[in-house]
Design a binder for this molecule. Structure first.
Ligand code: UDX
Ligand code: UDX
Length: 445
């Protein structure tokens, strides 16, 4: 089998290297510099396991990156994995999907293959049927179901565990547009996963698109919901949101996952997907206000972290503030929609002098924050001489900083744990420790 992947972002690249463990794979991207560096074995992102799979694929000559769709002319299966960002009004921007469809349609027209097209890019319900199918038909001059197959096939991989999530997913969701595609897609995925095949869910294309949006929106809702409870916990002495989340999560109907309070959700998916989903719910004449509140709470959460820091240190004006963590979560270098960015913006507005450190996201952060902050080369350098330290990303190396490190290195140690990585029982005893979702001694509702 030969696999084509169009779009080599986080999702496309992870998909391509995993497909190349079994199949000849050609991954196409418009970004020629990215293509060249991948062919030279250089991974452009921080993602566990990606480098070694790329090395293996290149060594076995099973994977190739190309700036042109010529390389996928004889592919049996083609994944669409281009980005689907937000437009300025919050609706989905499908221009990359349209571009990818036109390119794939051209390939189908040249007629060396009648591939199965798998639509992986996250898109609002109706996109596969209303946009992808007609565009592929127009540009190829062929009919879906005879000239090519098409199936909505959303991805659920998380950055940081993208390879594991691709090789060992919870489920494969298929929304075929035609009878032939279902058979082909089933055979393709069963062949790929073999004995370790995940469960399959087959539904309409719109059903598949809704599984993706419904999942992301519910997970984002859990995060905003627990952050709301965290705010309430802060009003009651010694009340800890981690205890509350654990207690809630023991109910098997709720489950323990995605109840970690923090500075809010970021990344390339949750914010844009919840925005796009809310917009499509409104367009359908239904009421999306629950999701709009989820987003509003998320926007407010970095400001809330600044308020927690201000309360603990009276004022931040003229203070040295160390921000530990710029990536939107640990184990990635992605800063898209990272809550650290609005937090830093707010810290600057209230007069703080901001210095920052992240183990892997410094290059991306420099592009976003320019000269507004001071860049440090280690966590210890970042907190040295600082008045306030705010932990924004749960990197393992931050967890190893002990109360003694903060006491020794900071000027007047106030530690704000926005990710709840430290045990309050140890840290609060030794230094001024405040945290999201932790009621301090002496606070009252
Ligand atoms: C992915 C999914 O595709 C998106 O729908 C999902 O919601 C989140 O994950 P991501 O992998 O993060 O997006 O996308 P991004 O990092 O923006 O990469 C997209 C790539 O596609 C870019 O490298 C871009 O150059 C490429 N591209 C875009 C093409 O090769 N051809 C095009 O026509 C358009
Ligand atoms: C998400 C989905 O989980 C994945 O299925 C989809 O394919 C893409 O979007 P990702 O964006 O990589 O994956 O990260 P995820 O682990 O879901 O975290 C999203 C954000 O929520 C991060 O900023 C994270 O820090 C935050 N989060 C997550 C919390 O604040 N608390 C939690 O309990 C969980």
């Amino acid at each position: 089998m030969k696999v084509g992947v169009v779009g080599v972002g986080y999702v496309g690249l992870s998909t391509a290297v995993c497909m190349a463990t079994k199949h000849r794979t050609v991954a196409v991207d418009l970004n020629e510099a990215r293509v060249a560096s991948l062919n030279a074995g250089k991974v452009p992102i921080h993602e566990k396991g990606l480098q070694s799979l790329l090395d293996k694929g290149l060594a076995a000559k099973r994977i190739l990156f190309s700036p042109s769709t010529e390389g996928i002319e004889d592919a049996d299966v083609v994944f669409i994995a281009v980005g689907t960002p937000s437009s300025s009004d919050g609706s989905i921007d499908l221009s990359q999907v349209r571009g990818a469809c036109a390119a794939i349609g051209g390939v189908i027209k040249r007629g060396k293959a009648d591939p199965l097209v798998l639509m992986k890019s996250t898109a609002v319900p109706g996109t596969a049927r209303g946009v992808v199918k007609p565009l592929l038909e127009q540009t190829s001059g062929r009919q879906c179901g005879t000239g090519f197959g098409l199936c909505s096939n959303p991805e659920f991989l998380r950055e940081g565990t993208a390879i594991k999530d691709t090789l060992d997913p919870d489920r494969i969701v298929l929304g075929p547009l035609d009878g032939l595609s279902l058979r082909l897609a089933g055979k393709f995925f069963k062949g790929f996963y073999g004995k370790r095949s995940p469960p399959f869910l087959v539904t309409t294309p719109e059903g598949a698109e809704l599984v993706k949006y419904g999942s992301n929106a519910l997970l984002a809702t859990k995060v905003s919901f627990i952050n709301l409870i965290a705010g309430l916990c802060e009003r009651f002495p010694r009340t800890d949101v981690d205890d509350v989340a654990r207690g809630m999560g023991m109910d098997h109907r709720i489950g323990p996952h995605f109840l970690q309070a923090g500075p809010g959700f970021g990344g390339s998916c949750f914010p844009k997907d919840v925005r796009a989903f809310a917009r499509s719910i409104r367009d359908a004449g239904l009421d999306p206000s629950v999701l709009e509140r989820v987003l509003a709470l998320n926007e407010a959460q970095p400001h809330h972290v600044v308020q927690v820091a201000e309360k603990a240190s009276n004022s931040l004006r003229g203070k040295e503030v160390a921000v530990l963590g710029l990536a939107f979560k640990a184990d990635t270098d992605d800063i898209r929609e990272s809550r650290s960015i609005p937090l830093i913006q707010r810290l600057l507005e209230v007069g703080g002098n901001v210095r920052v450190y992240d183990p892997v996201a410094m290059p991306a952060a420099k592009a976003a924050l320019a000269s507004r902050v001071v860049y440090c080369s280690s966590a210890r350098e970042c907190i040295k001489g600082a008045d306030v330290a705010i932990v924004m990303t749960a990197w393992r190396q931050f967890k190893s900083l002990k109360p003694g490190d903060y006491l020794e290195l900071m000027r007047s140690p106030v530690l704000v744990d926005a990710r709840r990585i430290y045990d309050p029982r140890t840290y609060a005893k030794k230094l001024k420790y405040v945290a999201v979702g932790l009621g301090m001694e002496g606070t009252s509702a």
